[in-house]
Design a protein. Sequence first.
Length: 369
Amino acid sequence: MNYNPFMNGLSSLPLMNNGRSRAITAENPDGKVGSGGTTASHLGPSRKGTPCIRNVEPGTTVTLAEMEGPGIIEHIWITVTDQTEKDCYVLRDLVLRMYWDDETVPSVESPLGDFFCNGFARGCTVNSLPIVVNPTRGFNSYFPMPFRKKAKITIENQHEAPIPALFYQVDYCLHDELPENTAYFHAQWNRQRITNKAEDYVILDNVKGKGQYVGTYLALTTLERYWWGEGEVKIYIDGDKQYPTICGTGTEDYFGGAWSFATQKDGKTVENTYCTPFMGYPYYSNHDEVVHNFYHNDDVPPMRGFYRFHIPDPIRFNEDLKVTIQQIGVYKKGLFERQDDVASVAYWYQTEPHNIFNPLMSKEERWPR
């Protein structure tokens, strides 16, 4: 191979290669050449005849894209409603899965919203390098996702009502071959509704093979008072047992912050959210902004969403990998062990085959508090 199919940065745009660009949408579900936008509407032929998949029924799984390789998925765009007449947890009820080559079990499995750093079944703006969420709920992924034989992306509707419209586009490039050292993209969601005191929450475990850890999304619901962010992220690499090779200095430090994320304004503590290319704190809320009821208020446990992408600094492993985070707080008497509600998405690349993921929680267990 005399070119690198993964060179898609600004400086590489003038460099030509033999890639063949394709796109899959509801109007061109097979990505066929010269077949985009062929269906007709009342405006006539090729005038938005099938812009989306309509009425995705409860309990059904739709295939968004299925393609033969070698190739690389370069961009995914998806948008859906975040609520129906049944409830407002659509983004946790829809399950995104991806399969590479001849896999029968997924390499990617996550609630739709959480994969795009929108936890708690709530949308928020995200402005990072690999994940971008634009108003309102325009979900975009720029993670390169290579496949040698074929790729398949599905969404399962575990929501109680039909999803009226599922809009999407999958942009990919076909190549004659991929470099021999090409690994496959993986992502896995996890949650522990109440962490065990003095026991680290597991972001990712049971990874065997060679690869690179490239990102963490953390959806933290704090269940105790006082400062929550002294827990250290630990990364166990290639046989680490009691102690990890990599250990951070605190939760806000891992996500690029310092001295919490708060400032003082008029004698009150104010949370500061932010988005940068590799790390961010895009979501904070202690109220339910969606549900209004005459008989109860809108208070909820504080919810915070964070992302950290190890793109300039991937965590490389050759045999195995485990990633955890402590639940440690601090108050005027010092450090203390906490119990909180923690959910996460781990993003990584590895050689196949991968170990089968643990079964996904039921949708009710995935709902935010």
